[in-house]
Unconditional design. Structure first.
Length: 266
């Protein structure tokens, strides 16, 4: 896959403006919706069991985010996920905080068992804990670990039969066979809540317009990483300003900007 292929996907997102159905957490709903709009996609947040299947059927992708769990929300995710599978609509799972409590971990595993998930996106601790590996987590954030994220992503991809994206200082994408590593992004992303959740939803927008999961993930991570770098250049380490600057850059950066700044890691 060429850099130019990945970079060009944001143009396709903006042209198609895919509807991304998010069943996400209460902390990030507004930021996620605004981020999708800034990128050129169309967000919808629908949680009621009575309507999620119908909403999925008119969407380009479904994003499931377990950040603020309730039984009804999990039930709605299962209903929506199965409807997406029937319609061949890509499903993205963000297992926020998996490993922090048994309920979170078991819920993530249940979703992976009962729904055909095409993309699993999380930090190393979340992915490791779902896969039964040891990695420390504090609240819903990963702590420093000594594991190899490339090996972790490959094993998880084979275990769950999907494309796995492990995000961190270096982002790793794997389908169990091929692997890509990207070094784009900025440390200030970890100081604003919801930045990872937004990335998962943007991945939904890219999955809606690109059938190759590795390429869709590559394009989404490159787009988001370059946008965050450009946003950080304007805010002098102020997290509040960064959130606004990031939304602006998601709207402003071009395929050419992305192509020129993608940082692939050997």
């Amino acid at each position: 896959m060429e850099k130019s292929q990945a970079a060009a996907l944001i143009t396709k997102v903006r042209e198609a403006s895919p509807l991304v159905h998010n069943i996400t957490n209460t902390v990030v709903t507004n930021f996620t919706a605004n981020g999708l709009l800034a990128a050129g996609a169309s967000p919808v947040m629908a949680y009621a069991k009575e309507e999620v299947a119908d909403m999925v059927k008119i969407s380009g992708a479904l994003v499931l985010n377990i950040g603020t769990l309730t039984k009804d929300l999990v039930d709605a995710m299962i209903i929506a996920g199965k409807a997406a599978n029937e319609m061949h609509i890509p499903v993205i799972l963000d297992p926020v905080g998996a490993g922090a409590t048994p309920y979170r971990t078991s819920t993530a595993r249940r979703l992976l068992k009962e729904v055909d998930v095409q993309y699993l996106r999380g930090n190393a601790a979340e992915i490791a804990n779902i896969a039964g590996k040891q990695w420390t987590i504090k609240g819903v954030d990963a702590t420093e670990g000594e594991g190899n994220t490339e090996i972790l992503s490959k094993k998880a991809a084979k275990m769950f039969g999907c494309t796995v994206i492990v995000t961190g200082a270096i982002d790793v994408i794997s389908n169990g066979e091929a692997t890509l590593k990207l070094g784009n992004g900025h440390p200030i992303l970890t100081r604003v809540t919801g930045t990872g959740c937004l990335l998962s939803s943007l991945l939904g927008a890219f999955a809606a317009i690109e059938e190759n999961p590795m390429l869709a993930a590559y394009g989404a991570l490159a787009f988001y990483g370059v946008a965050s770098e450009k946003a950080a250049d304007h805010i002098e380490n102020r997290p509040g300003d960064f959130q606004i600057a990031l939304l602006n850059q998601l709207s402003l950066i071009s395929s050419e900007d992305i192509d020129a700044n993608i940082h692939l890691v050997p």
